[in-house]
Design a protein around this ligand. Structure first.
Ligand code: UDP
Ligand code: MG
Length: 325
């Protein structure tokens, strides 16, 4: 793969925030320092900036963002009209950033991802890479439950043929052309980390150790994690539908064999005893059918939502150059 070198970019760092008042000031300080240092080292252009996206928080997050924007020249903010979820908030930030940037980095507000890795991402961009994945080297700070479920999910996705970077979430750099390519995916059910490998372009991994959330609690409770996993599977692959079809086929074959067996023992004069086994298998098959219908229903629901072409987010306010618009 051929890569070319590029001049220092105008970098936008996009930070989705949902009820992050507790971490906001530390996050702002860290990221602002990082931008300042990179400007000093001529790694990025002077007009690079931070873009905070308030995902309909119900705490003081937007007030914090507004105050920061009013003080600092390298800070901008966008407020969504309601809580749309991490993926939609990130997408909104990427849409806004896309109009102003040569490269964009997305990072969570809680500083679990090592801010120092941004420098390495920018260097990779200057070396010609369009997509730079932040990959977690160690996840020891995540709970056992989170690590195990995440691992299981990555393997499940790989089994279903979805190309997804292991141990990579949404900490990454995208060049303007990679971002443009991503924004061309116009689907409503969005799973950004699944789409990135589909856009192609030269890519590189930057590895880092994942830390602990500096304050507050995870905004991804089990319910949201499961919803994201379901979104990931159903928006990236039809493998579950194929599995249902294969399962149906297998059950048909087994039933045919069972019928043959029953006919055989009938002919040889034995009677069939055991109603419970019959009733149990009826219940079991009922369960399989309900589950299958549920999975099919999930996909039909997705089609229904896609055909509506509903907007994925609404921007309520924008803080730009210290003023609210
Ligand atoms: N987030 C968001 N909207 C939501 C949930 C989360 O914008 O509905 C943001 C959150 O503020 C954070 C990022 O998404 O910046 C990742 O969330 P979190 O760190 O709580 O997830 P975890 O690391 O626990 O998986
Ligand atoms: Mg986090």
């Amino acid at each position: 793969m051929s890569v070319m070198s590029r001049p220092a970019p105008r970098l936008v760092i996009v930070v989705p925030c949902y009820n992050e008042e507790e971490v906001f000031s530390s996050c702002l300080t860290e990221l602002r320092n990082s931008i300042k240092e990179m400007v000093q080292d001529n790694l990025i252009k002077k007009d690079s900036f931070l873009l905070f996206v308030d995902d309909g928080s119900c705490d003081q997050t937007w007030r914090c963002i507004r105050e920061a924007c009013a003080e600092g020249e390298c800070i901008q903010g966008v407020k969504l009209s309601r809580n749309e979820g991490h993926q939609a908030a990130l997408l909104a930030g990427l849409h806004v950033a896309g109009q102003h940037s040569d490269a964009v980095v997305s990072i969570d507000a809680d500083l679990q991802d090592d801010v120092q890795a941004i420098r390495r991402m920018v260097k990779a961009y200057c070396a010609g890479y369009d997509v730079v994945y932040g990959v977690r080297d160690s996840r020891q700070t995540d709970t056992w439950f989170k690590r195990t479920t995440a691992e299981g999910f990555y393997h499940l996705m790989a089994l279903m043929g979805v190309k997804q970077k292991f141990n990579h979430a949404d900490y990454r750099l995208l060049s303007s052309r990679a971002l443009k390519a991503l924004l061309n995916y116009n689907e409503r059910n969005i799973y950004i980390r699944g789409l990135i490998p589909l856009i192609g372009f030269p890519s590189l991994e930057v590895r880092y150790d994942r830390g602990v959330r500096i304050a507050g609690e995870s905004k991804y409770p089990l319910r949201k994690m499961l919803a994201l996993a379901l979104e990931g599977i159903t928006s990236m692959t039809v493998a579950p539908l194929r599995l249902i079809a294969s399962l149906g086929f297998l059950i048909c074959i087994l039933s045919l064999l069972a019928i043959l067996y029953i006919l055989l023992i009938k002919i040889t004069g034995h009677t069939i005893a055991g109603w419970s086994s019959v009733v149990l298998s009826i219940f079991f098959m009922g369960g399989v059918q309900m589950l299958s219908l549920g999975i099919i229903g999930e996909y039909i629901g997705k089609i229904y939502l896609e055909t509506k072409h509903r907007p994925r987010f609404h921007i309520e306010s924008v803080m730009e150059n210290g003023a609210e618009k």
